[in-house]
Design a protein around this ligand. Structure first.
Ligand code: ATP
Ligand code: MG
Length: 240
């Protein structure tokens, strides 16, 4: 089932007289429950695409329909609400709030949605346990390792069970083992909760875990590839 429809999406950046066509009318679908990774050379428009898909930025033209809702036609308040309810975000540099503990950073996503403090705390503790960080829940970000911070940020992105999670270079600052652990965690969460993930990456360890790989170049989608190796290992699992 199609979860996100992207149609003729364009984004021009104007700096003085110079116009950069960062997205040149891209169209594709994201399926419900898949992990889609976006690959391409530096400057080809990956972050721009993710920002337009997630409503962080406005496209110049074209549309993004998420679960039947035309994202960029929503009024600002409605868009903010739609994003808070349906989306989670993971970035390379964590964006954790330095003065809040791990558990406070995680529960914030639920408090923003109007959950009670008690409900937010228990959901945050549960998801932190899921990423093996319950023992670190009261540490500040500065008292955590890079990999631990990344796990806090994935816990924060997922605590309210968003239907779709956007990630921009989530493993950019992680070593090989931590990246692999991170992707196994994403895969497990994806398979357990049927959440959809769209992940911008340079990292082959990430694309290896994806259902499909979208290749971009110069503001265009050049190819969408099925990751058959992943399908094979999954079928083997589900038949057992
Ligand atoms: N705010 C901006 N103002 C002007 N130009 C921009 C802006 N943001 C991005 N660009 C330009 O748009 C193009 C696409 O940038 P984008 O950040 O989407 O690339 P990317 O594929 O994410 O690259 P990287 O892999 O290096 O992160 C680039 O040419 C970039 O210089
Ligand atoms: Mg980028």
């Amino acid at each position: 089932m199609v979860f996100v429809e992207v149609r003729e999406l364009s984004k021009n950046y104007k700096t003085g007289e110079v116009v950069v066509e960062a997205l040149k009318g891209v169209s594709f679908d994201v399926y419900e429950g898949e992990i889609l990774s976006i690959l391409g050379p530096s400057g080809c428009g990956k972050s721009t695409l993710l920002n337009c898909l997630s409503g962080i930025d406005e496209p110049t033209s074209g549309k993004v329909v998420i679960n039947g809702v035309d994202l960029h036609s929503l009024k600002d308040d409605d868009k903010t609400r739609f994003r808070a309810l349906n989306m989670g975000f993971v970035f390379q540099f964590y964006n954790l709030i330095p003065v809040l503990t791990a558990v406070e950073n995680v529960e914030l996503a639920m408090l923003t949605m109007g959950s009670s403090q008690k409900k937010a705390r228990s959901a945050a503790m549960e998801i932190l346990a899921g990423v093996n960080l319950d023992a670190r829940a009261r540490n500040l970000p500065s008292q955590l390792s890079g990999g631990e911070r990344q796990r806090v940020s994935i816990a924060r992105a997922l605590v309210h069970r968003p239907a779709i999670v956007w990630a921009d270079e989530p493993t950019g600052a992680l070593d090989t083992k931590t990246s692999t652990d991170f992707m196994s965690l994403i895969l497990e969460l994806n398979r357990t909760f049927n959440q959809t993930f769209v992940i911008v990456t340079h990292d082959e360890r990430v694309s290896k875990y994806s259902d499909r790989i979208l290749h971009m170049d110069s503001g265009e989608v050049v190819q969408i590839e099925d990751n058959n190796s992943l399908k094979v290992s999954e079928n083997a699992d589900s038949n057992s």
